[in-house]
Design a protein. Structure first.
Lengths: 356, 356
């Protein structure tokens, strides 16, 4: 807990003046002021987070945290539990959605086994930090102990710190059969929204399973009594290892001035935990996309941002984060590669009160 | 006109069965069915347009058509008219927004001088097909003759045909100081929407200029009496050379089974002309983004699609098309690079009625 507190205290809100400096540079580029809209905002925020006008954007890394869930035994997912481990192997072979989209934007995928019910061999691209072979079934007992939840978060923080000299920007991703169930539970408890409002169809379950999923989440909350004022208590009782790891990664990245592009619903639940521990973390987060999972909208409202993309994605893994990284980089390149009015010999407009 | 009619007659609606074939392939990939949402739709449509299951997506080209506008003499833009030529030179030096974003997605930019009021030297990346040194002032007379409008469209068609063996996908872009004014005029006449509803702030004009811009558009329509049932009459009287060229490019690309990613408002006005000449063209169009220019929404509704991105862009040049091409390619790579359940050894879900 000491470590987490230290990291939280290191995170500072971004000063408005940092944005303004970048804005001046953007307004010298050969385009009407603000005509590249959110791309310009991305560039502003990227530089402001870095606190360095000469910051680079070269090394991009997506960390996909994988863990299993005791509650998967209740049949809350359309896929069997062993798919978590199978998908980790798929990630390592480069055949999954996140691999394809990460390659597309030039990002590396690092898979973190933080709690998969399978013993992986050492492998390139795999970081083994297993805390347990999956969580306990939250329908019967807390998914994790308080200590395990802290260990999970510390794992994410440590990974952010280990990569802080190498990664210019990071993305989050998750893999864990059954993990929309704990994510919905977390969002419901932390926001006070009824379970029905923050629960979706996950990977594509039947209507009967969906109704059971809602009942299971309600029952798990009732049994475990997570304290909404203690995000780590909530995380431990109705969360998961990968959710803890991602929350830690977000905090760790923010504390090291590394912009973090957050994926969809599961990563969003992690972001919500990070936000409750340190509201200033929102300045470091780019929300990549709006997921089909209905609880995601609630999370994005709490983060106080707009998602960059709305493409009906609901895969997780870091697929949305990959596309988001591509957009942040597009904004960064606008700032750093476009010609200025002066050096391109382009006339500026007459000085006049600008309306829109 | 013969040429245009021939091209229009060659464009066929895409058969539903073509989409279904791709869907089957997508559903074998290691992800829940349809979990990559619109990326999957992009892949489906790309392959369906190509009519070839083994189609490649390698060569990407953005054609930025540039032309001047007589109506710019009325001060409808925040920038002076010479900026059109200056920006063309900026494109050729690689310093403009479209260059940066095209490089970001690995696309080539080809600039077409179809009506700039400046004599360019031959240069790599520049295609000189100048019809005139700008349009006439539509506030006083038709911007172009009917013949000139047809020549403009034919130019775009010819360029699509010349590149049809080289370009796997094309994007549209525009450059022309003052060109939101004719674009709003076209959209108003073709859709029947009041001028106020389809006119925006362009590159950032003052409120007074904005009011004058609306009056000028209304007056130009009143004087020239464009026939809403004849898109080429509308184009000639209140349009522009680059708008004609882009409309031709869209039709030409569709006739050659080349997917065309349409940029923002100006390109949208061109797409609307193409759509009125041949409704089936909509199957070949990807709408890259929703522009800040208020008339763009009306265009997108007529095209019957959703824009891929909503990033408050209003630059034109093909900047939005570049980002859109990146997303279409992302979808294509999902289809062609992801592992299948079989070859990755991942368990499929139990066969059950899928709900969502």
């Amino acid at each position: 807990m000491e470590k987490i507190r230290e990291v939280i205290n290191r995170i500072r809100p971004i000063q408005q003046s940092a944005y303004e400096d970048v804005k001046k540079r953007l307004n010298n580029l050969t385009k009407p002021a603000e005509s590249l809209g959110r791309l310009e905002e991305l560039a502003q925020r990227y530089i402001a987070i870095k606190g360095d006008n000469n910051a680079k954007l070269e090394k991009k890394v997506i960390f996909t945290f994988a863990g299993d869930h005791g509650v998967a035994d209740e049949g809350v997912s359309a896929f069997p539990r062993e798919v978590t481990a199978q998908m980790v192997l798929n990630f390592l072979h480069g055949g999954a959605g996140v691999n394809v989209l990460a390659r597309h934007v030039g990002a590396e995928v690092v898979v973190v086994d933080i709690g998969v019910d399978y013993d992986f061999k050492q492998s390139d691209g795999l970081v083994i930090r297993k805390i347990a072979r999956g969580t306990r079934n939250m329908l019967k007992e807390p998914a994790m102990t308080y200590k395990e939840a802290i260990r999970g978060m510390k794992t994410g923080i440590e990974i952010a710190e280990e990569w802080s000299q190498r990664a210019d920007i990071v993305g989050t991703g998750d893999m864990g059969i059954g993990n929309t169930t704990p994510s919905s539970a977390i969002v419901s408890v932390l926001t006070g929204e009824p379970v029905e409002n923050v629960t979706g169809m996950g990977t594509g379950i039947t209507h009967d399973t969906f109704k059971r999923k809602i009942d299971i989440i309600k029952e798990a909350i009732k049994i475990n009594k997570p304290n909404p004022l203690d995000p780590i208590d909530v995380l431990s009782k109705v969360g998961g290892f990968e959710i803890a790891g991602i929350a830690g990664l977000i905090l760790g990245a923010a504390s090291k001035n590394i912009p973090v592009v957050v994926d969809g619903f599961i990563s969003g639940a992690s972001a919500l935990i990070a936000l409750r521990l340190q509201p200033a973390v929102r300045d470091y987060i780019f929300t990549s996309h709006l997921s089909v999972e209905r609880g995601h909208k609630v999370i994005i409202e709490k983060l106080g941002t707009n998602a960059l993309l709305d493409l009906n994605l609901r895969l997780g893994e870091g697929t949305g984060a990959a596309l988001g990284i591509g957009l942040v980089e597009a904004g960064f390149k606008i700032l750093t590669q476009m010609a200025t009015f002066d050096n391109a010999g382009v006339s500026t407009k007459a000085p006049s009160p600008i309306y829109g």
